[in-house]
Write a protein that binds this ligand. Structure first.
Ligand SMILES: [Zn+2]
Length: 461
Protein backbone atom coordinates (compact mmCIF):
# COMPACT_ATOMS: atom_id res chain seq x y z
CA UNK A 1 0.00 0.00 0.00
CA UNK A 2 2.83 2.36 0.87
CA UNK A 3 4.11 2.55 -2.72
CA UNK A 4 0.75 3.25 -4.34
CA UNK A 5 0.21 6.68 -5.84
CA UNK A 6 -3.13 8.09 -6.99
CA UNK A 7 -3.55 11.36 -8.86
CA UNK A 8 -7.01 12.94 -8.79
CA UNK A 9 -6.88 15.14 -11.89
CA UNK A 10 -8.90 18.19 -12.88
CA UNK A 11 -11.30 18.36 -9.96
CA UNK A 12 -12.85 21.32 -8.17
CA UNK A 13 -10.65 21.29 -5.08
CA UNK A 14 -11.84 22.53 -1.70
CA UNK A 15 -9.03 22.09 0.82
CA UNK A 16 -10.67 23.76 3.89
CA UNK A 17 -7.10 24.58 4.93
CA UNK A 18 -6.61 27.67 7.11
CA UNK A 19 -5.10 29.65 4.23
CA UNK A 20 -7.51 31.49 1.93
CA UNK A 21 -11.25 31.96 2.24
CA UNK A 22 -12.89 29.05 4.04
CA UNK A 23 -14.77 26.90 1.56
CA UNK A 24 -13.19 28.49 -1.53
CA UNK A 25 -12.37 26.23 -4.47
CA UNK A 26 -9.95 26.04 -7.39
CA UNK A 27 -9.59 23.73 -10.36
CA UNK A 28 -6.66 21.42 -9.82
CA UNK A 29 -5.10 18.09 -8.88
CA UNK A 30 -4.48 16.14 -5.68
CA UNK A 31 -1.74 13.52 -5.34
CA UNK A 32 -2.03 10.68 -2.85
CA UNK A 33 1.16 8.80 -2.03
CA UNK A 34 0.46 5.71 0.03
CA UNK A 35 -1.65 6.83 2.96
CA UNK A 36 -0.90 10.55 2.73
CA UNK A 37 -1.67 13.63 0.69
CA UNK A 38 1.59 14.32 -1.18
CA UNK A 39 0.56 17.41 -3.13
CA UNK A 40 -2.42 19.59 -3.95
CA UNK A 41 -2.27 22.46 -6.46
CA UNK A 42 -3.55 23.59 -9.88
CA UNK A 43 -1.43 21.15 -11.90
CA UNK A 44 0.54 18.04 -10.88
CA UNK A 45 2.32 15.57 -13.15
CA UNK A 46 3.38 12.15 -11.86
CA UNK A 47 3.99 9.38 -14.36
CA UNK A 48 4.02 6.70 -11.65
CA UNK A 49 0.60 7.55 -10.28
CA UNK A 50 -2.71 5.99 -11.26
CA UNK A 51 -4.59 8.93 -12.71
CA UNK A 52 -8.27 9.34 -11.84
CA UNK A 53 -10.37 11.78 -13.86
CA UNK A 54 -11.90 14.12 -11.27
CA UNK A 55 -13.47 16.56 -13.70
CA UNK A 56 -17.06 17.30 -12.79
CA UNK A 57 -16.34 16.47 -9.14
CA UNK A 58 -15.80 18.41 -5.96
CA UNK A 59 -12.68 17.02 -4.22
CA UNK A 60 -12.82 17.67 -0.48
CA UNK A 61 -12.02 16.17 2.93
CA UNK A 62 -14.17 13.24 4.06
CA UNK A 63 -17.02 14.09 6.42
CA UNK A 64 -16.74 13.26 10.13
CA UNK A 65 -19.67 11.96 12.21
CA UNK A 66 -19.06 12.53 15.93
CA UNK A 67 -21.88 10.40 17.32
CA UNK A 68 -23.32 7.17 16.00
CA UNK A 69 -24.32 3.85 17.57
CA UNK A 70 -23.11 1.88 14.59
CA UNK A 71 -24.19 -1.48 16.01
CA UNK A 72 -27.87 -0.65 15.34
CA UNK A 73 -27.67 -1.05 11.55
CA UNK A 74 -29.81 -4.21 11.44
CA UNK A 75 -32.51 -2.35 13.39
CA UNK A 76 -33.14 0.15 10.60
CA UNK A 77 -36.41 1.98 11.01
CA UNK A 78 -37.57 0.22 14.20
CA UNK A 79 -38.01 3.56 16.01
CA UNK A 80 -39.75 5.49 13.22
CA UNK A 81 -42.68 6.42 15.45
CA UNK A 82 -40.98 6.22 18.84
CA UNK A 83 -40.26 8.78 21.50
CA UNK A 84 -37.15 8.60 23.67
CA UNK A 85 -39.10 6.39 26.09
CA UNK A 86 -40.01 4.08 23.23
CA UNK A 87 -36.42 4.02 21.97
CA UNK A 88 -35.13 3.06 25.42
CA UNK A 89 -37.73 0.30 25.68
CA UNK A 90 -37.42 -1.09 22.15
CA UNK A 91 -33.67 -0.77 21.61
CA UNK A 92 -31.67 -0.24 24.78
CA UNK A 93 -33.63 -2.67 26.99
CA UNK A 94 -35.08 -5.12 24.48
CA UNK A 95 -33.23 -5.54 21.18
CA UNK A 96 -29.81 -4.87 22.75
CA UNK A 97 -30.28 -8.01 24.86
CA UNK A 98 -30.56 -10.18 21.78
CA UNK A 99 -27.45 -8.99 19.97
CA UNK A 100 -24.86 -11.74 19.73
CA UNK A 101 -21.23 -10.83 18.95
CA UNK A 102 -21.86 -11.69 15.29
CA UNK A 103 -24.78 -9.24 15.19
CA UNK A 104 -22.52 -6.50 16.57
CA UNK A 105 -19.94 -7.35 13.90
CA UNK A 106 -22.55 -7.14 11.15
CA UNK A 107 -24.02 -3.90 12.47
CA UNK A 108 -20.62 -2.25 12.65
CA UNK A 109 -19.25 -3.53 9.35
CA UNK A 110 -22.34 -2.75 7.27
CA UNK A 111 -23.00 0.44 9.24
CA UNK A 112 -19.57 1.76 8.36
CA UNK A 113 -20.14 0.85 4.71
CA UNK A 114 -23.29 2.97 4.89
CA UNK A 115 -21.27 5.84 6.33
CA UNK A 116 -18.62 5.54 3.61
CA UNK A 117 -21.29 5.49 0.93
CA UNK A 118 -22.49 8.86 2.26
CA UNK A 119 -19.00 10.39 2.11
CA UNK A 120 -18.32 9.94 5.83
CA UNK A 121 -14.78 8.73 6.36
CA UNK A 122 -14.65 8.92 10.19
CA UNK A 123 -17.22 7.98 12.85
CA UNK A 124 -17.10 8.22 16.66
CA UNK A 125 -18.76 4.87 17.36
CA UNK A 126 -20.62 5.07 20.69
CA UNK A 127 -20.63 1.31 21.18
CA UNK A 128 -23.05 0.78 24.04
CA UNK A 129 -24.08 -2.82 23.47
CA UNK A 130 -20.97 -4.52 24.82
CA UNK A 131 -22.63 -7.42 26.55
CA UNK A 132 -19.40 -9.45 26.83
CA UNK A 133 -15.71 -9.22 25.87
CA UNK A 134 -16.59 -11.04 22.63
CA UNK A 135 -19.02 -8.23 21.77
CA UNK A 136 -16.21 -5.68 22.14
CA UNK A 137 -13.92 -7.66 19.86
CA UNK A 138 -16.67 -8.13 17.28
CA UNK A 139 -17.43 -4.40 17.29
CA UNK A 140 -13.78 -3.59 16.59
CA UNK A 141 -13.59 -6.30 13.89
CA UNK A 142 -16.55 -4.69 12.10
CA UNK A 143 -14.97 -1.25 12.17
CA UNK A 144 -11.58 -2.53 11.00
CA UNK A 145 -13.02 -4.64 8.18
CA UNK A 146 -14.86 -1.65 6.72
CA UNK A 147 -11.60 0.16 6.01
CA UNK A 148 -13.05 3.40 7.45
CA UNK A 149 -11.55 5.54 10.18
CA UNK A 150 -13.25 5.31 13.57
CA UNK A 151 -12.97 6.02 17.24
CA UNK A 152 -14.25 2.91 18.97
CA UNK A 153 -16.05 4.16 22.08
CA UNK A 154 -15.95 1.30 24.57
CA UNK A 155 -19.43 1.41 26.10
CA UNK A 156 -20.10 0.90 29.79
CA UNK A 157 -23.86 0.88 29.38
CA UNK A 158 -25.44 -2.10 31.10
CA UNK A 159 -27.98 -4.05 29.07
CA UNK A 160 -30.42 -6.01 31.31
CA UNK A 161 -29.26 -9.55 30.55
CA UNK A 162 -30.42 -12.72 32.29
CA UNK A 163 -26.82 -13.98 32.22
CA UNK A 164 -24.58 -10.87 32.35
CA UNK A 165 -21.27 -11.07 30.52
CA UNK A 166 -19.61 -8.98 33.24
CA UNK A 167 -19.96 -9.58 36.99
CA UNK A 168 -19.61 -5.93 37.93
CA UNK A 169 -18.16 -2.57 36.90
CA UNK A 170 -14.65 -3.75 37.75
CA UNK A 171 -15.06 -6.52 35.18
CA UNK A 172 -16.01 -4.01 32.50
CA UNK A 173 -13.10 -1.74 33.38
CA UNK A 174 -10.73 -4.71 33.18
CA UNK A 175 -12.06 -5.58 29.73
CA UNK A 176 -11.69 -1.97 28.59
CA UNK A 177 -8.07 -2.09 29.78
CA UNK A 178 -7.57 -5.36 27.87
CA UNK A 179 -8.58 -3.66 24.62
CA UNK A 180 -6.47 -0.58 25.31
CA UNK A 181 -3.39 -2.60 26.16
CA UNK A 182 -3.98 -4.94 23.22
CA UNK A 183 -5.39 -4.27 19.79
CA UNK A 184 -6.20 -0.57 20.29
CA UNK A 185 -2.98 0.43 22.03
CA UNK A 186 -2.01 2.75 19.16
CA UNK A 187 -3.34 6.28 18.78
CA UNK A 188 -2.11 6.43 15.20
CA UNK A 189 -4.07 3.50 13.76
CA UNK A 190 -7.21 3.85 11.62
CA UNK A 191 -9.35 2.64 14.51
CA UNK A 192 -8.44 4.28 17.79
CA UNK A 193 -10.04 4.04 21.21
CA UNK A 194 -12.33 6.13 23.36
CA UNK A 195 -14.80 5.48 26.16
CA UNK A 196 -18.58 5.82 25.98
CA UNK A 197 -19.80 6.25 29.54
CA UNK A 198 -23.11 5.14 31.00
CA UNK A 199 -25.86 7.73 31.15
CA UNK A 200 -25.20 9.64 34.37
CA UNK A 201 -28.84 9.67 35.43
CA UNK A 202 -29.15 5.92 35.01
CA UNK A 203 -25.86 4.75 36.55
CA UNK A 204 -25.55 7.41 39.26
CA UNK A 205 -22.70 9.77 40.11
CA UNK A 206 -20.48 7.26 41.92
CA UNK A 207 -20.36 4.81 39.03
CA UNK A 208 -19.99 7.61 36.51
CA UNK A 209 -16.96 8.92 38.40
CA UNK A 210 -15.37 5.48 38.33
CA UNK A 211 -15.94 5.09 34.58
CA UNK A 212 -14.53 8.53 33.88
CA UNK A 213 -11.50 7.93 36.09
CA UNK A 214 -10.80 4.61 34.38
CA UNK A 215 -10.90 6.28 30.96
CA UNK A 216 -8.73 9.20 32.01
CA UNK A 217 -6.17 6.94 33.64
CA UNK A 218 -5.54 5.50 30.17
CA UNK A 219 -5.63 8.87 28.42
CA UNK A 220 -8.75 8.00 26.44
CA UNK A 221 -11.24 10.58 25.09
CA UNK A 222 -14.74 10.25 26.54
CA UNK A 223 -18.22 10.75 25.16
CA UNK A 224 -21.39 11.07 27.22
CA UNK A 225 -25.10 11.53 26.55
CA UNK A 226 -26.38 14.36 28.73
CA UNK A 227 -29.44 16.45 29.58
CA UNK A 228 -31.88 14.69 27.29
CA UNK A 229 -34.48 13.40 29.75
CA UNK A 230 -37.25 15.71 30.88
CA UNK A 231 -38.85 14.38 34.02
CA UNK A 232 -39.62 16.05 37.33
CA UNK A 233 -36.62 14.88 39.35
CA UNK A 234 -34.10 15.53 36.57
CA UNK A 235 -30.80 16.89 37.77
CA UNK A 236 -28.84 19.21 35.49
CA UNK A 237 -26.07 16.76 34.64
CA UNK A 238 -23.50 19.18 33.29
CA UNK A 239 -23.82 21.41 36.36
CA UNK A 240 -23.48 18.32 38.53
CA UNK A 241 -20.29 17.37 36.72
CA UNK A 242 -18.99 20.91 37.08
CA UNK A 243 -19.70 20.86 40.81
CA UNK A 244 -17.63 17.69 41.12
CA UNK A 245 -14.75 18.98 39.00
CA UNK A 246 -15.34 16.47 36.23
CA UNK A 247 -15.50 18.69 33.14
CA UNK A 248 -12.62 18.85 30.67
CA UNK A 249 -11.50 19.22 27.09
CA UNK A 250 -11.45 15.43 26.71
CA UNK A 251 -15.26 15.26 26.91
CA UNK A 252 -17.57 15.04 23.90
CA UNK A 253 -21.12 15.71 25.11
CA UNK A 254 -24.01 14.39 23.05
CA UNK A 255 -27.35 16.19 22.66
CA UNK A 256 -27.35 18.30 25.90
CA UNK A 257 -30.55 19.94 24.62
CA UNK A 258 -32.10 20.52 28.05
CA UNK A 259 -28.96 22.18 29.39
CA UNK A 260 -29.31 25.72 30.67
CA UNK A 261 -27.34 28.46 28.92
CA UNK A 262 -25.04 28.38 31.93
CA UNK A 263 -24.36 24.67 31.47
CA UNK A 264 -23.69 25.17 27.76
CA UNK A 265 -21.16 27.84 28.71
CA UNK A 266 -19.55 25.47 31.24
CA UNK A 267 -18.89 22.99 28.42
CA UNK A 268 -17.48 25.69 26.15
CA UNK A 269 -15.32 27.18 28.91
CA UNK A 270 -13.89 23.77 29.80
CA UNK A 271 -12.84 23.18 26.18
CA UNK A 272 -15.36 20.37 25.82
CA UNK A 273 -17.27 19.50 22.66
CA UNK A 274 -20.87 18.88 21.68
CA UNK A 275 -22.27 16.50 19.09
CA UNK A 276 -25.75 17.46 17.98
CA UNK A 277 -28.01 14.88 16.34
CA UNK A 278 -30.96 17.03 15.27
CA UNK A 279 -33.20 14.36 13.78
CA UNK A 280 -33.46 12.15 16.86
CA UNK A 281 -33.49 15.18 19.15
CA UNK A 282 -36.49 16.67 17.35
CA UNK A 283 -38.42 13.42 17.17
CA UNK A 284 -37.65 12.14 20.64
CA UNK A 285 -38.57 15.20 22.69
CA UNK A 286 -35.01 16.01 23.73
CA UNK A 287 -35.47 19.65 22.77
CA UNK A 288 -34.03 21.85 20.02
CA UNK A 289 -30.45 21.44 18.82
CA UNK A 290 -28.01 23.49 20.91
CA UNK A 291 -25.75 24.55 18.04
CA UNK A 292 -26.75 28.22 18.23
CA UNK A 293 -26.37 28.44 22.00
CA UNK A 294 -23.06 26.55 21.96
CA UNK A 295 -21.65 28.80 19.23
CA UNK A 296 -22.81 31.88 21.18
CA UNK A 297 -20.88 30.55 24.19
CA UNK A 298 -17.73 30.22 22.10
CA UNK A 299 -18.03 26.52 21.33
CA UNK A 300 -17.81 24.81 17.95
CA UNK A 301 -20.61 22.27 17.42
CA UNK A 302 -20.32 19.01 15.50
CA UNK A 303 -22.90 16.54 14.19
CA UNK A 304 -23.81 12.90 14.36
CA UNK A 305 -26.44 10.63 12.83
CA UNK A 306 -27.01 8.84 16.17
CA UNK A 307 -29.22 5.85 15.39
CA UNK A 308 -29.91 4.01 12.16
CA UNK A 309 -32.73 2.32 14.10
CA UNK A 310 -34.50 5.60 13.40
CA UNK A 311 -33.01 7.78 10.69
CA UNK A 312 -30.59 7.66 7.78
CA UNK A 313 -26.82 7.65 7.98
CA UNK A 314 -26.54 10.81 5.87
CA UNK A 315 -24.65 13.41 7.92
CA UNK A 316 -25.57 16.19 5.48
CA UNK A 317 -29.21 15.71 6.45
CA UNK A 318 -28.33 16.30 10.11
CA UNK A 319 -26.44 19.48 9.34
CA UNK A 320 -29.24 20.65 7.05
CA UNK A 321 -31.85 20.12 9.75
CA UNK A 322 -29.74 21.96 12.31
CA UNK A 323 -29.03 24.83 9.94
CA UNK A 324 -32.62 25.54 9.03
CA UNK A 325 -33.95 24.96 12.54
CA UNK A 326 -31.45 27.44 13.95
CA UNK A 327 -32.43 29.92 11.25
CA UNK A 328 -36.06 29.42 12.22
CA UNK A 329 -35.27 30.25 15.84
CA UNK A 330 -33.17 33.26 14.86
CA UNK A 331 -35.90 34.51 12.53
CA UNK A 332 -38.59 34.00 15.17
CA UNK A 333 -36.83 36.51 17.41
CA UNK A 334 -36.98 39.11 14.64
CA UNK A 335 -40.54 38.25 13.71
CA UNK A 336 -41.58 38.75 17.32
CA UNK A 337 -40.67 42.40 16.82
CA UNK A 338 -42.99 42.53 13.79
CA UNK A 339 -40.10 42.87 11.37
CA UNK A 340 -38.64 40.72 8.64
CA UNK A 341 -35.09 39.40 9.03
CA UNK A 342 -32.38 41.19 7.03
CA UNK A 343 -29.66 38.52 7.37
CA UNK A 344 -29.13 34.94 8.44
CA UNK A 345 -26.84 34.35 11.41
CA UNK A 346 -25.76 30.77 10.85
CA UNK A 347 -24.25 29.90 7.46
CA UNK A 348 -23.67 26.86 5.28
CA UNK A 349 -19.94 27.43 5.82
CA UNK A 350 -20.48 27.07 9.58
CA UNK A 351 -22.07 23.67 8.98
CA UNK A 352 -19.29 22.63 6.60
CA UNK A 353 -16.71 23.47 9.25
CA UNK A 354 -18.68 21.47 11.85
CA UNK A 355 -18.51 18.32 9.70
CA UNK A 356 -14.81 18.58 8.84
CA UNK A 357 -12.15 20.63 10.63
CA UNK A 358 -14.08 21.13 13.87
CA UNK A 359 -15.16 17.50 14.06
CA UNK A 360 -11.56 16.42 13.46
CA UNK A 361 -10.44 18.65 16.35
CA UNK A 362 -13.22 17.35 18.60
CA UNK A 363 -11.93 13.83 17.99
CA UNK A 364 -8.28 14.80 18.51
CA UNK A 365 -7.56 13.98 14.85
CA UNK A 366 -6.89 17.50 13.56
CA UNK A 367 -3.26 16.76 12.77
CA UNK A 368 -4.24 13.73 10.72
CA UNK A 369 -7.47 14.60 8.85
CA UNK A 370 -10.15 17.28 8.36
CA UNK A 371 -8.47 19.28 5.56
CA UNK A 372 -6.66 18.56 2.30
CA UNK A 373 -3.11 19.54 3.24
CA UNK A 374 0.24 18.01 2.33
CA UNK A 375 1.29 15.46 4.93
CA UNK A 376 -2.19 14.77 6.22
CA UNK A 377 -3.71 11.32 5.83
CA UNK A 378 -5.64 11.06 2.59
CA UNK A 379 -9.30 10.95 3.68
CA UNK A 380 -10.74 12.41 0.50
CA UNK A 381 -14.14 12.33 -1.15
CA UNK A 382 -15.24 13.19 -4.67
CA UNK A 383 -18.76 14.62 -4.99
CA UNK A 384 -20.40 14.82 -8.42
CA UNK A 385 -21.13 18.39 -9.43
CA UNK A 386 -22.62 17.42 -12.79
CA UNK A 387 -25.57 15.38 -11.56
CA UNK A 388 -29.04 16.69 -12.27
CA UNK A 389 -29.41 17.93 -8.68
CA UNK A 390 -25.91 19.39 -8.26
CA UNK A 391 -25.18 21.45 -11.40
CA UNK A 392 -24.09 24.19 -11.88
CA UNK A 393 -21.60 25.12 -9.16
CA UNK A 394 -22.25 28.50 -7.60
CA UNK A 395 -20.89 27.84 -4.12
CA UNK A 396 -19.52 24.53 -2.83
CA UNK A 397 -20.87 24.88 0.70
CA UNK A 398 -24.31 25.69 -0.70
CA UNK A 399 -24.32 22.67 -2.99
CA UNK A 400 -23.16 20.35 -0.23
CA UNK A 401 -25.41 21.55 2.52
CA UNK A 402 -28.59 22.06 0.56
CA UNK A 403 -28.42 19.75 -2.47
CA UNK A 404 -26.09 16.77 -2.18
CA UNK A 405 -27.28 13.29 -1.14
CA UNK A 406 -25.27 10.05 -0.80
CA UNK A 407 -26.04 9.15 -4.44
CA UNK A 408 -23.87 12.10 -5.48
CA UNK A 409 -20.80 10.77 -3.65
CA UNK A 410 -18.66 9.41 -6.49
CA UNK A 411 -15.52 8.22 -4.72
CA UNK A 412 -14.22 7.83 -1.17
CA UNK A 413 -10.63 7.39 0.00
CA UNK A 414 -9.56 6.65 3.58
CA UNK A 415 -5.83 6.90 4.31
CA UNK A 416 -5.28 6.68 0.58
CA UNK A 417 -7.29 3.50 0.08
CA UNK A 418 -10.21 3.73 -2.34
CA UNK A 419 -13.40 2.36 -0.74
CA UNK A 420 -15.98 3.76 -3.19
CA UNK A 421 -15.43 4.46 -6.87
CA UNK A 422 -17.74 5.60 -9.64
CA UNK A 423 -20.64 5.73 -7.23
CA UNK A 424 -20.23 2.12 -6.05
CA UNK A 425 -18.85 0.78 -2.79
CA UNK A 426 -15.82 -1.47 -3.26
CA UNK A 427 -17.14 -3.97 -0.74
CA UNK A 428 -18.72 -7.42 -0.84
CA UNK A 429 -22.34 -6.29 -0.89
CA UNK A 430 -23.61 -9.86 -1.37
CA UNK A 431 -22.04 -10.77 1.97
CA UNK A 432 -23.36 -7.56 3.53
CA UNK A 433 -26.92 -8.39 2.45
CA UNK A 434 -26.62 -11.97 3.70
CA UNK A 435 -25.26 -10.97 7.11
CA UNK A 436 -27.86 -8.25 7.64
CA UNK A 437 -30.66 -10.68 6.72
CA UNK A 438 -29.36 -13.24 9.23
CA UNK A 439 -29.04 -10.62 11.97
CA UNK A 440 -32.46 -9.15 11.27
CA UNK A 441 -34.09 -12.58 11.40
CA UNK A 442 -32.34 -13.58 14.63
CA UNK A 443 -33.15 -10.36 16.49
CA UNK A 444 -36.74 -10.16 15.27
CA UNK A 445 -37.43 -13.78 16.29
CA UNK A 446 -35.81 -13.33 19.70
CA UNK A 447 -37.80 -10.16 20.38
CA UNK A 448 -41.05 -11.88 19.38
CA UNK A 449 -40.37 -14.57 21.99
CA UNK A 450 -39.24 -12.17 24.72
CA UNK A 451 -41.79 -11.70 27.47
CA UNK A 452 -39.52 -9.79 29.88
CA UNK A 453 -40.50 -6.53 31.53
CA UNK A 454 -38.57 -3.30 31.84
CA UNK A 455 -35.67 -3.25 34.32
CA UNK A 456 -35.82 -1.46 37.64
CA UNK A 457 -33.45 1.22 36.39
CA UNK A 458 -35.85 2.36 33.69
CA UNK A 459 -36.73 5.98 34.43
CA UNK A 460 -38.57 6.95 31.28
CA UNK A 461 -42.09 7.08 32.72
ZN1 LIG B 1 -26.67 8.43 21.24
Amino acid sequence: MSNRKTLLKGGTIMTLAPDGAFGSTFTGDLLIDGTQIADVRPSITDAQAETIDATGCLVMPGLIDTHRHVWQTALRGVCHNETLKGYMREIRFLRAKHHRPEDIYTGNWVGMLEALNAGITTVWDFSHCINSPAHADAAIDGLVDSGARAVFGYGFNEVPLEAPGFQNLAGRIKDMQRIRQGRLASDSALVTMGVATSDLLICGLDQFKQELAAARSLGLPVSIHSNTWEFPEREPEVALMQAHGLLGSDLLFVHTNLSSDEEIRMIADSGGWISSTPETEMQMSMGPSVIGRFAAAGGRPTFGCDIISNNSGDLLTQARLALQTQRMFDNAEVLAGHRGADTVKVTTEDMLRAMTVDAATALGLERRVGTLEIGKEADVIMVRLDDVNTMPLHNAAATLLLHVHPGNIDSVYVAGRCLKRGGRLLADMTRARELIAVSHEHISSAVARDQSTLPAGYKGD
